[in-house]
Design a protein around this ligand. Sequence first.
Ligand code: KG4
Ligand code: ZN
Length: 347
Amino acid sequence: MSLVLGIESTCDETAASVVQDGTCVLSNVVASQVKLHQVYKGVVPEIASRAHIENILPVLHSALAEAGITLKQIHSIAVAQRPGLIGSLLIGVTAAKTLAWALQKPLIGVDHVQAHLYSVRLFAHGTLPRQECPLPAIGLVCSGGHTALYHVHDWTDVVQIGQTIDDAVGEAYDKVAAILDLPYPGGPVIDQLAEQGNSQAIHFPRSQLERGSLNFSFSGLKTSVLYHVRGHPGREKSPDRLTQQEVNDVCASFQQACIDVLISKIRRALEQYPSRSVIIGGGVSANRGLRNQVHSLSVPVYFPDFVYCTDNAAMIAGLGQQLMDRGFISDLGMDAMTSGSIPTMTH
Ligand code: KG4
Ligand code: ZN
C-alpha cells in the first residue's frame, strides 16, 4: 500500500489530500477562498497568497486527520508546482519541500492541468473504483484558467493539441455572470438558471477559428452577451430591465454556445488523433448541460466525480503516485513555475 500526500495551491483553493495507491482518496480537504474574492468577481492574486498562508497548516492537519494517518506513514509528497499564480504556488511548494526535507521522503512536482485529466480515475475510500478509461484518449481541460485539448497516451505522457487563444471557458462563465449581476463563480449559477431557460432564444456566435483548428476563442461570445444585455456602445441599457425569464434565456443560450463549441472541437480532435475515449476535467466539467450532451460522440466519455472537477489535491496526489512509479522524482531545488510543462504538438 502506498500513501501519497498531495498539496494544491495554484490559484484560490488551498487543498490537501491523502490518496492510496494512486486512485483511492482517503481524504480530500479544500479550503475555498470564494467568499474573499466574490466581491471582486474574480481572483485577486495578493489576497489569494495571503489566504494560502493562513490555510495551509490547518488544511494539512485536517487531511491527515480525516485519513486517520500520521505524517510518518506517508510515502511521498506531491505538490502542484505549475502552472498558476506565483504567490499562490509558492505557499504549497514551500510547504511540500519543507515536509519532504524534514521527513526525508520523496518530493514530486505535478502539473496541475495534467492532474485535472487524471481526476477521472479518483474514487472516495469506501466507494466503488471508477471504470478504467481506455487510452489513448482525447483530453479536454476546461476550467477558469484553462481550456485546452490533449492527446493522452498515458497518464504521464500527454501532448497539447489545441488551446484557447483568449479567454478560458470558465472565465467566460464568470464574466457573463458579472454582466448579469449573478454571483461569482458564475459556472454553477449559470448552469442552474440555464435549466429553466430556452437555449434557442438568442443566437450567440460559436467561434470555430480556421478549418480543422483545435484552438478555442470565447472572447467574442462574451462580448456578444455583453452587448445583448447592456446594449451596444452609445446605446447602453440596464441589465435590471431583464426579467428572470430573459436572464434564464441568456444563460441557456450562452451555455449552449459554449457546449456546441466544446463538443465540435472534441469531434475534430477525434478525427485527427486515434483515440478510444474522451476525458473531460476541470471546473466546467461539472456542467450538467455539457454532461447531458456528450453522448453523440463516437467513443465513451469520462468525467470526474463532481468533487474532483474543481481544484483539489487528490488529483495531485494521484498523478504524483503515477509519476513516482515511473521514476519522476523532483529535488528540493524545484521551483514553482507560472507556466505549464505539457509539450505542444505543432502541425
Ligand atoms: O478547475 P477550477 O476549480 O479552477 C481552475 O483551475 O481554473 O475551475 C473553476 C471554474 C470557474 O470558472 C467556474 O465558474 C467553473 O469552473 N465552473 C463551472 C461549473 N462549476 C464550476 N462552469 C460551468 N458549469 C458548472 N457547473
Ligand atoms: Zn484547475
